[in-house]
Design a protein around this ligand. Sequence first.
Ligand code: MN
Length: 732
Amino acid sequence: MIEREQLFQDMMRSIARYAPYADESRIRKAFALADKRHASQVRRSGEPYIIHPVAVAEIVAEMGLDTDAIVASLLHDCLEDTATSYDEIATEFGTAVAQMVEGVTKLTRVQYSSLEEQQMENLRKMFMAMSKDIRVILIKIADRLHNMRTMQYQKPEKQVSKSMETMEIYAPLAHRLGMQKIKWELEDRALQYLDPTAYKDILDFLEQHHDEAEAFMNEIQDTLRERMQTVGIQSSIYGRIKHIYSIYRKMKAQHKSMDELYDLYAFRVVVDTIPDCYNVLGHIHDLYHLVPGRFKDYISTPKPNMYQSLHTTVIGKRGIPFEVQIRTWDMHQTAEYGVAAHWKYKDGISSNKDNNEKEFEWVRRLLESQQDTEAEDYIHSLKVDMFDDEVFVFTPRGKVISLPAGSTPIDFAYAVHSAVGNSMVGAKVNNRIAGYDWTLNNGDVVEILTSKSAKGPSRDWLNICKSNQARIKIKQWFKKEKREENVARGKASMEGELRRLNLNPSILQEEETRNIILKKLAFDELEDLFAAVGYGGMTAFKAVNRIKDEILRLHKAQPQQAENIPLKFPAEQTQPKHRSFAASGVIVEDIPTCMVKFSRCCTPVPGDDIVGFITKGYGVSVHRKDCVNAQGMDDPNQSGRWVKVSWASDGGAFSTSLEILSLNRDGLVMDLATAMTALKVKVTELSSRALNDGTAITNLTFQVSDVGELEAVKSRLRAIQGVTDIHRGHGA
Ligand code: MN
């Protein structure tokens, strides 16, 4: 039976070493409550449960955290394991403590059933996102450290699974937070269960060579100390053997045995000032032979986790290489305790606001060095919310899905698979039925209810979902699945096009005509053609254009009438049969009124340099000056037919096309389409074909008002991954 008062006094003594300002009466109150609530529980070691929260509180104090964090550490398992409520903790100890305890509890509830490599980063990010207050994650790391220290009492399966989590989640987090000492201990303790044989081999080797190592380290330390005294530099010198996991990793990476391993030893010289650091470096290089290429100056260039030191590797008299790290006491604190060493709201020390923001700016950078988000609004209080634009949730099988913040079950369903989204009939969040517009939170477990008889997405979903992925997939569904609607729409457009050619739409029902159309356009059924036109896979204009010659021949209509129609406008608009120069957007010099049409070969748009060619009977055809067909200007036989033309000020929409060369990759067409949608540019045709060499050519026809807009489109498309070249199209 442990004497409680003794336990409390021992804890207070160790807390006081690191947190002299800690509020003893609040800590005593928390200790008493935790002890009372956990009274019926014992640790697997057989000890009373209170041993665990006390140990966690001591680690947290050692990290340098404040009274609130120490109190929260004592209570950290109360919400989960006992009949204690959030409100009770909030009333007794304040909301800051209650929120921390709740945060730790949430992290405890996270299940790691899927430990695939790619999941790890997401899980680590989720941890960060869930621990709005960074003290939460520090308490959680302390909790894990104590559990790893007492892991020998657990069953073998649990030893392995907890060690995996430790290696994959907690040690990297400790590293990212700059907490070297804790990281090392977590790694060594995890390795002990993950590769017991290797762990034991290394341990045995180190034990066998213990005396040797000791003698070697003493010799080096004595030499260094003597030199420091001679030159009058105040310093503390420590020698150590590198931690077991780092030896293990080096052996694996370099395929070497223990005795072949390069530098097992590390020495640390801690001094008062930065100039002293460089002085010490000079003396070490004077005493020992330097190993080239191993000197690193992390003082002038700190590591991303703020670690600072000078590193050098030298060879001692016996030919044994060893590393020396030289740093100031401040740097030493940072190296040992990382983010916690920079914790400025220690009790009794009023924190300076500006200073605090700087600290948290640092925390932010350290936690997520890859993400280049704007810094300013992120850290205004004692919160870490760099992942505010993302939310991390689980599938029922434990896979982590990352979604834009504010996402709903619809986004989740489409992120899992479009088939899941399309057959969704409801959703459960944390085992409770949730509406389609439910906002997902970090750590939620989301289950999508599906049915084979589901009617598919509703158009409302487009307004509810937050992710582009879901939006695109829902739109795709409407294209593909709404066949009847598409067929009807496509049929109407085709008929409209035919009417424009003065043809009776009923010719579509004539067998001969139908066969020509299907053959030319490569469709099996007329309905398939209509569907393609209906969802925008092909414009009715384009379709009719390709078949009109043969149909006109068959039906003996007047081709002139058809040719006179300006080619720039798509089918849906009803067009006058001829247009004056003003309406066409082009002024033809010396010819006040004439018919104008835009050449199909170079699809000019306002801003392009253009010339006109007087055709035989169809007015003036406008080409870009650089069009191959305009090179005939120099032909003396034709020179009289070329006229100067210019753009009228008010243009309207002009159809043009681009040829896009790219790598042939999945999703390219979708990315192109998305870009065009984002630019609000109306696309009339988008077709892509793969070439044998792994590249693809995409023809994109769309409407712009001028060359400026065209350039904007081009530069946006050029930014798309895999696009290698873009140039103006040369017509179909
Ligand atoms: Mn615990």
